[in-house]
Design a protein around this ligand. Sequence first.
Ligand SMILES: Nc1nc2c(c(=O)[nH]1)N(C=O)[C@@H](CNc1ccc(C(=O)N[C@@H](CCC(=O)O)C(=O)O)cc1)CN2
Ligand SMILES: Nc1ncnc2c1ncn2[C@@H]1O[C@H](COP(=O)(O)OP(=O)(O)OP(=O)(O)O)[C@@H](O)[C@H]1O
Length: 195
Amino acid sequence: MNLNKKAIRSYIRSLRQSLNYSEQYKSAQLITNKIINLDCIHKATHIGIYISFDGEIYTDLLIKFLLSMKKKIYIPVLLHKQQHLLFAPYTLSTPTIQNYLNVYEPKYNIIDLISLDKLDIIFIPLVAFDDHGNRLGMGGGFYDKTLQYQKHKSHCIYIGLGHDFQKIPTSILTQEKWDVKLPKIITPSYLHWHT
Ligand SMILES: Nc1nc2c(c(=O)[nH]1)N(C=O)[C@@H](CNc1ccc(C(=O)N[C@@H](CCC(=O)O)C(=O)O)cc1)CN2
Ligand SMILES: Nc1ncnc2c1ncn2[C@@H]1O[C@H](COP(=O)(O)OP(=O)(O)OP(=O)(O)O)[C@@H](O)[C@H]1O
């Protein structure tokens, strides 16, 4: 593996893990306010989002807002030995369990799982990003594989969520041929729109 990527991942993960609850909550409020005013949110019905861990931008507040706006919410789930993510329906009463990578996911019936092409918008976690919308994730390749497959045939809008300090200089991130760029990334202070 690329040492550079590994070092960036571990440095930025340690920064975000060190945030306290009130810092996280403030960031979540700022991000939620930005998102609920976006035009694309009002037009969307099926929205993919993640359950936060490891210091990621808290998504609870946003999920509650979206549910109150009558949006249907879906969370990525890991299927045995598969790198393509599928999405399970989620409401505030859905029980959750930790998967083999310690990330929470909803309990689900296989028949209720949907694929990315059924989503209108997906909010994507990230470890680092740059000015061109290049994304560095946790290193499992799950989002890269899932987004890549759908890149040309899906109407789904990809939106990355991160803290301001997760933005790194463009020259640092070495691009891999499979990396899928994010046209929109939202941080507490900015909307980063990339063309
Ligand atoms: N909230 C959230 N959900 C998500 C992701 C994410 O980044 N955030 N994913 C984005 O792809 C997928 C899961 N990918 C992951 C990849 C690595 C690790 C991870 O923590 N690895 C640990 C070792 C875990 C272990 O083996 O016990 C580590 O590297 O420290 C977690 C999730 C799908 N769901
Ligand atoms: N489209 C793809 N085709 C082939 N291999 C891929 C593809 N996407 C990812 N991979 C594999 O997955 C591994 C992890 O990729 P990478 O380091 O880019 O993950 P990441 O973007 O940080 O993680 P994630 O998307 O899960 O958050 C790579 O080493 C590569 O082997």
